[in-house]
Each structure stands twice: as structure tokens, then as C-alpha cells.
Design a protein around this ligand. Structure first.
Ligand code: COA
Length: 264
């Protein structure tokens, strides 16, 4: 396995091509999530995604795939959008901005195809993902789905219910354009903070401490759902020096929405 080396500038981000590269995505998926085979997205689905207007974007060192972003087209209230189902970066290449670069490539391709919205779900207990989604990409979240996938075989889930937040990435919104194209972080009045302790990762991984993780999940589920029902939106995320995280909720001053009767 290659290491990051002198820099990530030698990493190419491009559309995956051909069966071998799609098979490499399936293998990397297994490596990153350590799913049982029954939970893996199979090769055929990656093929289908490419054929129906989805995206399979890879990060490559030479010919070696070290990350990918996978999305499929969806429709809500008569509007087409992209649902990004997976973002993965090989462990030894993380925290070098590759996850962000893969998402930016998704955005560029989505704009070229005429989309305004990319959505994906993320675990509200994952501090790193929340920071990447809300602060570095400018996504927002205002929908909470309880036990979204049912049981997951991935150890990353720690046996907890698969609660998920829906990230909405309005790729042409003022918020996203200012952040990504002018480096201006969005300004908003913080009405509520909802906290995630840094120990969440060790608690999820430990049989003894897992009830503490479950308690945080339950508390935050209630708080986030109550806040969303009052029209609050998670617009920011804060990390402190001890790596604790906190959702920052406020009212969004833009009105991007594909209104829907769906609750998830
Ligand atoms: C999520 C994932 C794709 C991110 O890839 P990556 O290449 O590490 O992402 P980036 O380097 O672009 O961004 C990570 C950010 O999180 C920050 N971060 C790293 N560890 C962190 C932690 N423990 N807590 C909070 N933030 C953290 C990094 O500093 C970076 O932020 P910065 O750009 O402000 O410095 C990767 O971690 C992964 O494959 N995870 C497992 C699968 C997964 O959870 N996928 C997403 C859901 S589908």
C-alpha cells in the first residue's frame, strides 16, 4: 500500500473507467467499512450508477485507487438531484484534504450536468464527518432519520442504531459559493448548540462503554429533532481543543428547498 508521500498533489481525481476500476471501488469499500459481504454495494450497482447519470469518481496514485465518491440520481417533488451514497478514503491517506477534493469534483460534475442539490446521509456522532460536511463544504442539515438502514455490520457503527442526518449541499447557494469560491465562512446567529463528546469513538468501540455512546445518541436525537421541528437548521460545527464537537443551529436566510411530504 502506498503512503501519502511528499504531498497529495500527485493524486489525480477523475471519473472511474472500466470494470477493473469499479471493482477497485468495491474492494476499497470493503476495506474502509469492513462490512459483511451482504451489506456491500456490488459491482453491478457501480456500473448502473455510471449508466444512469450518477457519479463514480476516484482518487488515484498512478493506477492505484485510494479513494472514491459514489452517487446515484434521485428525485424529490419533481426535482432531480444526486444522492451521494459513499465517500471513502484509504486510512493511510486521510486528513490530507482528499475527501474534500472528491466532494468538490462531485460538485463540479453535478453543476455541469445541471443539478442544484447533492444529498447524503451521515452519522450525527461522527465529529470528523460533521466538520467536513458543514464547515468545509457548506452543506446544511435539517432532517433526522432514526435507524435509517436498520442494523449495520460495519464496526464503525459500533452496534448502535443507524441514525443519520441528511446533508443537503445546495451547490449554487450563496452559502456554498461564498465558502468555496470566496473563502468566506457563513455568518449566522447561533440559537442552539448540540454537543458530541470526543470520547464517542472509544465508547462506540468498547463493549463496556457503549451504553454511554447510546445515551449521547438518544439525547442528541431528541435535541436535533426538536430543533428541526422548530425550523432550526444545523449551519455550522465547532471543534474545541479536546476534539469535542458541537452542532451550531440557526435560521437559514436562504430558501433553497425541494419541499416534500417525505419525513426522512
Ligand atoms: C470521511 C472521509 C472520506 C474523509 O476523508 P479525508 O480525506 O480524511 O477528508 P479531508 O482530509 O478532506 O477532511 C477531513 C477533515 O476532518 C478533520 N478531522 C480529522 N480527524 C478529526 C477528528 N477526529 N475530529 C474532527 N475532525 C477531524 C480534518 O482535520 C479535516 O478538516 P480540515 O480540512 O479543516 O483540516 C474518511 O475519513 C473516510 O473514508 N472515513 C470512513 C468512511 C466514512 O465515514 N465515509 C463518510 C460517510 S459515507
Amino acid at each position: 500500500m502506498s503512503a501519502p508521500g511528499s504531498g497529495t498533489d500527485q493524486i489525480t481525481i477523475r471519473m472511474c473507467e472500466g470494470i477493473a476500476e469499479l471493482n477497485a471501488c468495491v474492494a476499497l469499500q470493503k476495506e474502509v467499512w469492513r462490512f459483511d459481504d451482504i451489506d456491500l454495494i456490488p459491482l453491478r450497482m457501480f456500473v448502473v450508477s455510471q449508466k444512469i447519470g450518477g457519479q463514480v469518481i476516484g482518487a488515484f496514485v498512478g493506477k492505484e485507487l485510494i479513494g472514491f465518491a459514489f452517487s446515484i440520481p434521485g428525485s424529490r417533488a419533481g426535482h432531480a438531484y444526486l444522492h451521494s451514497h459513499m465517500l471513502a478514503v484509504r486510512d493511510s491517506f486521510r486528513n490530507h484534504g482528499l475527501g474534500r477534493r472528491l466532494k468538490l469534483a462531485q460538485r463540479e460534475d453535478a453543476i455541469a450536468k445541471g443539478f442544484e442539490l447533492l444529498e447524503w446521509t451521515f452519522d450525527p456522532l461522527e465529529i470528523k464527518n460533521a466538520h467536513l460536511n458543514l464547515c468545509r463544504l457548506g452543506a446544511i442539515t435539517r432532517r433526522y432519520s432514526i435507524n435509517h438502514y436498520g442494523h449495520s455490520s460495519s464496526p464503525l457503527q459500533g452496534g448502535l442504531p443507524t441514525d443519520r442526518l441528511v446533508a443537503e449541499w445546495w451547490i449554487k447557494s450563496k452559502r456554498v459559493v461564498n465558502l468555496l469560491e470566496k473563502n468566506q465562512s457563513p455568518d449566522f446567529k447561533v440559537e442552539q448548540r448540540i454537543e458530541v463528546p470526543a470520547q464517542i469513538y472509544t465508547w462506540k468501540a468498547s463493549d463496556i462503554d457503549r451504553p454511554k455512546a447510546a445515551e449521547v445518541q438518544k439525547r442528541n436525537r431528541e435535541q436535533l429533532r426538536a430543533a428541526f421541528s422548530q425550523g432550526l437548521v444545523a449551519l455550522g460545527y465547532e471543534r474545541d481543543a479536546q476534539d469535542n464537537g458541537a452542532f451550531l443551529l440557526g435560521y437559514w436566510d436562504e430558501n433553497w428547498s425541494y419541499a416534500s411530504s417525505e419525513t426522512d
